[in-house]
Design a protein around this ligand. Sequence first.
Ligand code: AMP
Ligand code: GLY
Length: 423
Amino acid sequence: MKVLLIGSGGREHALAWKIAQSPLLDALYAAPGNPGIADHATLVELNVEDHAAVIAFAKEKAIDFVVIGPEAPLVAGLADDLRAAGIATFGPSKAAAQLEGSKGFTKDLCARYDIPTGAYQRFKSAEPAKDYVRAQGAPIVIKADGLAAGKGVTVAMTEAEALAAIDDCFDGAFGAAGAEVVVEAFLDGEEASFFCLSDGKTALALATAQDHKRVGDGDTGPNTGGMGAYSPAPVMTATMVERTMKEIIEPTISGMAKDGNPFSGVFFAGLMITAKGPELIEYNVRFGDPECQVLMMRLKSDLLPILYATATGTLDRVDAEWRDEVALTVVLASKGYPGAYDKNTPIAHIPEASEEAKVFHAGTALKDDRLVATGGRVLNVTALGKTVTEAQAHAYALADRVEWENGFCRRDIGWQAVAREKV
Ligand code: AMP
Ligand code: GLY
């Protein structure tokens, strides 16, 4: 099979690494890719926003299957256009991608199909939103409706903070994404991400993971795209998994189909495990980044036929097998992230991979043959271990061997699970 992978982050490096191991693979291309992905794929300079150019390339190279990694091309309808051109594609339609593209869309779906989530209201202007906040009181959560690179959410511990966040959204801090605002009840508990595949009819549960969204140790500072993750998430006991499938995932898949937007691809539920059980915080219509990196380290099965079955409506014929070990990834980011940071800072050394540990590239590039950091999140140092404690030790031992002066990382990825393992 000839495969084209769309994307350039750590998630896509992990996907490329895994797809490249498939005996079914004849050729792998990646657009635009990154220097890590170049170890497994031929990089192609394509403007992914130009759907006609992607289709023309796919036809020219006789690509059998396109795998779309990030959310932006999905929300822009790249999967629809590829499928309309007769090319098998992994990734949801533009209509189904609204599950991530519009928080209000998902909240309304939850309301229609009785899916547990925080009480909410949608607003198109500031004053009524502020009145609602004053009536509800803090803590309360303010969300820009659209895609804001994981930064459009304010968990406001005071009313003043909530009112300021509403002004920020409507003043254009998140561009068009903030033209509508969702105000949502604060949910208290432990978070977990629950990954699933669906071909529109069947859902196949993959694995669970825990992300670390805040930039600082001890979960302090602003939200980021994710500073580290591990899999599996210990809060997701067998009972919680079963309840999540029944109360959240299954009604979502059947509800989306009933509404005329069948979901095909991978999605993950951001869950809060509250005293009442699992409640939905949000959906994402793609693999999480960096959660994908830990999932791929743990996946024993060949990824390619699983993705292809998802895309072609035969998901009921495949299964996914997982290693029992824990995988943990630490994100090395440019100093200053998620605020402003220097670009093109040199990365002098990345340690060799082993069976148990690997450094995935996210925001890197080659400039005059030298590896440099170009993004906020730059490398994902990923390792396996028998416990979270052991995986954490392996990952940090490897991270400490990366030579990159402008990089930093959180030193406590996995802290909640490590504390539990000590007891
Ligand atoms: P989201 O982009 O919707 O996943 O939100 C980013 C982060 O904000 C989540 O991972 C949570 O940590 C936090 N968050 C979002 N919604 C809520 C909520 N209703 N209650 C508490 N925390 C929330
Ligand atoms: N790490 C969170 C996300 O990919 O949305």
